[in-house]
Design a protein around this ligand. Structure first.
Ligand code: C2E
Ligand code: MG
Ligand code: MG
Ligand code: MG
Length: 289
């Protein structure tokens, strides 16, 4: 009986694994088709200087629009895109689209809005990555300082020397660099002084309970202190309430991003959002519009 149970169980497991492989394969095929059919969209989420109440940039966030279906969030497909290498063409599309969009805001609205783009590990590791960034900047005619690349701590472990070289080359192009989800990866603080990064983005898991959890408060306050000592800017992710924003300002963090200020929105919605958010700054720039 035990033997038969064992055999049944192993049948059960292999059927399950097979199912997972099929599902993965199916998703990979659908992602390939989606790239060809241009089903990806970028949404943009404002980044704010909460003290000056000004816009400091927009983060580009990818979504998948299957015709006639609700938008699919990146968490549902980025991991498979990373595993299958599809993140490379998808990431190229994201970078090109974000740069062209920023350039068209510069030309059309007369407003220089920095855009930030998330870079996945396999994309960063790809030998053509830096050259593609360079080509995209010149094709879009976007001033390099209006592009920020968001990398993660995981890209810096492994071949740290190569990662550093690559970041230095990018920095020399004039683009800005930030570390996304800071505090969630494995990293030593010592690399921070070796890398040419501009900004640390404090992960939203530390911001969520900031006003009630002493540990989170201590972590956030320590990150802000380290950033300040190293001359880095700091940006808190996932700010959802006025209390969180107030607490962050109290700790010396003015850079914020979160639903409290704005949700990610399609590019068409950005101009009217700008007028509502900072009309005093932007209306003169928007001119006759
Ligand atoms: P991320 O780069 O840390 O982006 C921030 C995520 O937090 C976004 O989710 C955003 O919608 C969400 N968010 C912003 N403010 C709040 C808030 O106040 N509360 C809560 N609960 N969430 C907030 P999204 O768009 O679903 O993206 C999730 C992740 O997917 C991103 O995390 C990023 O790692 C990845 N991703 C998105 N777009 C791209 C892309 O173009 N390329 C790559 N490689 N990864 C991307
Ligand atoms: Mg990000
Ligand atoms: Mg990210
Ligand atoms: Mg993040």
């Amino acid at each position: 009986v035990a033997k038969r149970e064992g055999r049944n169980r192993s049948h059960f497991f292999s059927a399950e694994i097979l199912h997972a492989i099929e599902a993965r394969h199916h998703l990979e095929q659908r992602l390939r088709r989606a790239l060809k059919n241009q089903e990806f969209r970028l949404h943009f989420q404002p980044r704010i200087d909460a003290e000056r109440r000004s816009l400091t940039g927009l983060e580009a966030l990818v979504r998948w629009q299957v015709p006639g279906e609700p938008l699919i969030a990146p968490g549902a497909f980025i991991p498979v895109a990373e595993e299958t290498g599809l993140i490379v063409p998808l990431g190229e599309w994201v970078l090109e689209t974000a740069c062209h969009q920023a350039r068209s805001w510069l030309d059309g609205l007369g407003v220089a809005i920095p855009v930030s783009v998330n870079i996945a590990s396999p994309q960063f590791a790809h030998p053509d990555f830096v050259a593609h960034v360079e080509r995209t900047l010149s094709a879009s005619r976007l001033p390099p300082h209006l592009l920020e690349l968001e990398i993660t701590e995981s890209m810096l472990i492994g071949n740290a020397a190569q990662a550093r070289d690559r970041l230095q080359t990018l920095k020399a192009l004039g683009v800005r660099l930030s570390i996304d989800d800071f505090g969630t990866g494995y990293s030593s603080l010592s690399y921070l002084k070796l890398l040419p990064v501009d900004t640390l983005k404090i992960d939203r898991s530390f911001v969520r309970d900031l006003t009630t959890d002493h540990n989170d408060l201590a972590i956030v306050s320590a990150v802000i202190g380290i950033a300040g000592a190293l001359g880095l800017q700091v940006m808190a992710e996932g700010v959802e309430t006025a209390e969180q924003a107030q607490a962050l300002i109290g700790l010396g963090c003015r850079g914020m991003q979160g639903f409290y200020f704005a949700r990610p929105m399609p590019s068409e919605d950005v101009p009217s959002w700008l007028r509502g958010w900072a009309p005093a700054i932007l209306v003169p720039m928007l001119g006759a519009e």
